[in-house]
Write a protein that binds this ligand. Structure first.
Ligand code: FE2
Ligand code: FE2
Length: 229
């Protein structure tokens, strides 16, 4: 069976080039309905208020998240070299996440914010410990988890953008919605492409785990943390 491959030109038309984030125009229209339907819960007002009251920490953790997103995709690109589709999508994703990383570093620099070590929260680990250990199930689970991380990032950027008292960051967070919502769809499509059976049951399983991590009390504040304790 031959499947239609996405051409490099097609991928290029979707990619971001180096973007000057000082020149961003808003509103950038992104329909978040699929994200809200995919996720099992919405971010609470308490989390948004706490995040806005601790913005330097959220910006630092955001920088960490962009770097980790690129790192995770880079691990996948080395481990799963058999799939053309996976390689192309991951290469694009890595480039975009590194661009976001550079942009967040620029924002930190502009704000006079020094880099500070921040440990990882419980979120990604909480999902990864449920990953199956045999292939291709392990890879399918990692890709589904990737879809949840991207979808939640998108939902939180939208929640922060709606309330943040900083026009520049509000614009930047809205700008990120477009690529992060595409990353969510890419991860999900890749996960399904590796399985002959529907992945719906597995998606529903991780939906419950993810939602629990977001809505249950969490002693640490992070970009993907739970209910501030
Ligand atoms: Fe990103
Ligand atoms: Fe992303």
């Amino acid at each position: 069976m031959t499947t239609q491959k996405t051409s490099i030109r097609e991928l290029k038309s979707q990619q971001e080039d180096s973007v000057d984030i000082t020149q961003l125009r808003v509103p950038i229209k992104v329909d978040l309905t699929p994200i809200y339907e995919f996720l099992g819960s919405r971010t609470s007002q308490v989390w948004v208020d706490t995040a806005l009251a601790n913005l330097p920490l959220i910006i630092q953790d955001h920088a960490n998240c962009e770097k980790k997103a690129a790192g995770t995709a880079m691990n996948l690109i080395f481990r799963y070299e058999f799939s053309y589709e996976l390689q192309c999508k991951l290469a694009q994703l890595i480039r975009e996440e590194m661009l976001h990383y550079e942009q967040v570093l620029g924002i930190m620099n502009e704000r006079g914010q020094d880099w500070e070590y921040l440990s990882a929260g419980r979120y990604a680990k909480g999902m990864l410990k449920q990953k199956r250990t045999h292939e291709p199930a392990a890879m399918i689970d990692v890709l589904i988890i990737g879809a949840f991380i991207e979808a939640r990032s998108c939902e939180r950027f939208a929640a922060l953008a709606a309330e943040i008292n900083d026009t520049r960051l509000a614009k930047y967070y809205r700008y990120l919605l477009k690529s992060e919502s595409r990353h969510f769809e890419d991860y999900l499509a890749l996960a399904q492409s590796l399985s002959e059976d529907s992945i719906d049951e597995r998606v529903a399983f991780f939906k419950g785990i993810e939602s629990e991590l977001i809505t249950s009390p969490d002693s640490e504040l992070r970009f993907h943390s739970g209910m501030p304790a």
